[in-house]
Each structure stands twice: as structure tokens, then as C-alpha cells.
Write a protein that binds this ligand. Structure first.
Ligand code: 5GP
Ligand code: 5GP
Length: 191
């Protein structure tokens, strides 16, 4: 595969709001049945192209990001063992299908981390540090937007007037440290 691991322009740090994930059809589960804090969790740190381009491998396909850059480079959990409690706190799985955060991290490493140009430990550390520095929940609270079952903000208009903020994508430079601007938030409509 003609794939260069460091061929990308920026990262998205993608964070998910647990309550909205739980309200999707798939529902949610927490490892150890520990309810997560009312805070965003990391979904991933994803290398992206600034402009979509013809795929290097598949004819007539367009790629907007590289993924699965090295099939033999699978996550070695022992390399991130010292990050385990931080990862469980900030990047825990909400999925009932897998229910296992290490599997979630392995998937994110294989699909996105292998294209980051970083080693395994550096990649997970970079995501944890970015999340801690950003404090998205705190920034929203400072702007008057706090988690609530009752308050309505600017995301109304879904099927039952229940459009919820689902994920926030923040742009980060190739160094994995420099925020450059808030790109977009994705919301989901619940029916
Ligand atoms: P969805 O279709 O749910 O938005 O995304 C499915 C998967 O495609 C994501 O989990 C992620 O692995 C990948 N993906 C979606 N959007 C992007 C993106 O903008 N950049 C990158 N790098 N991957 C993405
Ligand atoms: P992506 O969409 O990043 O390529 O892949 C997400 C994969 O990780 C899916 O297979 C999904 O089932 C699994 N997964 C495990 N835990 C989570 C979680 O907490 N959130 C999301 N979005 N996907 C998770």
C-alpha cells in the first residue's frame, strides 16, 4: 500500500458527549458499570488532509484522510500501561458491543494512530494532553452552556425537537500540540 504514515495536514481531536452517545439506538455501556463524569470523552485523534484527494490505492475513490497506515503495527497495551488510569478517565469506551476500552484504543491506534507519525505512547499522551488543555466542558460552561436535561441552547429542531450535541472536532497542528481553530460540532437528531 502506497501509504506514507506522516502524509497528512492536521489532526482533529474528536470528543464525544456521553449522554448523546447513550441516547442513540445502540445505547451505551460503561466498563465496570461506572457512570462517566458529565464531561466529554475522547473519541480519537485523527490525521486529516486539508483537501480531499484521489485515493492512492482504490481507483475512483476520494480520500479525505489517511487511515490504517500499517497493518502490522497493532497496539501493544504494555506501552501505554502507565497512561491506563488517565485513558480510562478520558478515553473510556461507551460501546455495549465491545465494552472494553483497550479494544477501542486498539481500533483508534490501527485506524488513525498508525498514520500520525507518532509512536504508540506519544500518540495517546498527545491526545490526553490536548483534552486536558482544552477543557471543552469548562469553556462551554464559561460561555453559559452547562449540561442540563432542561435547558435548550441553539441545537433545536430535531425530530422531537431533540437535537443533541454529539461530538466536537477541534483542529490541531501536525505537531499534535497546537490548537488552531474550532472546526465544527456534529449534532444528532433523536427520533
Ligand atoms: P462517521 O461516519 O460515524 O462520522 O465516522 C465513521 C468513522 O470514520 C470514524 O469513526 C472515523 O474513524 C472515520 N472518520 C469520520 N470522519 C472523519 C474525519 O473527518 N477524519 C478522519 N480522519 N476520520 C474520520
Ligand atoms: P471509528 O468510528 O472511530 O472508526 O470507530 C469507532 C469504533 O470503535 C466502532 O467500531 C465502535 O463500535 C467502537 N467504539 C468503542 N467504544 C466507542 C465509543 O465510546 N465511542 C465510539 N464512537 N465508538 C466506540
Amino acid at each position: 500500500v502506497a501509504c506514507v504514515a506522516t502524509d497528512f495536514d492536521f489532526f482533529y481531536l474528536v470528543q464525544q458527549w456521553p449522554g448523546s452517545y447513550c441516547d442513540t439506538e445502540a445505547g451505551c455501556c460503561f466498563p465496570g458499570n461506572e457512570k462517566p463524569a458529565a464531561d466529554f470523552g475522547i473519541h480519537g485523534l485523527w490525521p486529516n488532509y486539508a483537501a480531499c484527494r484521489p485515493d492512492a490505492v482504490t481507483p475512483n475513490k476520494t480520500s479525505c484522510w489517511p487511515d490504517f497506515c500499517n497493518a502490522t503495527d497493532t497496539l501493544n497495551p504494555s506501552l501505554i500501561r502507565d497512561l491506563d488510569s488517565d485513558l480510562r478517565g478520558s478515553w473510556g469506551t461507551l460501546s455495549c458491543k465491545r465494552k472494553n476500552s483497550t479494544e477501542f484504543w486498539s481500533h483508534e491506534w490501527s485506524r488513525h494512530g498508525t498514520c500520525s507519525g507518532m509512536g504508540q505512547r506519544a500518540y495517546f499522551r498527545a491526545a490526553l494532553e490536548l483534552k486536558a488543555r482544552l477543557d471543552l466542558t469548562g469553556a462551554l460552561r464559561d460561555a453559559g452552556i452547562a449540561p442540563s436535561d432542561k435547558a435548550e441552547y441553539c441545537l433545536g429542531g430535531g425530530g422531537r425537537n431533540e437535537t443533541q450535541l454529539y461530538q466536537v472536532y477541534v483542529c490541531v497542528g501536525r505537531d499534535g500540540r497546537t490548537f488552531f481553530f474550532l472546526e465544527y460540532a456534529r449534532s444528532i437528531s433523536l427520533y
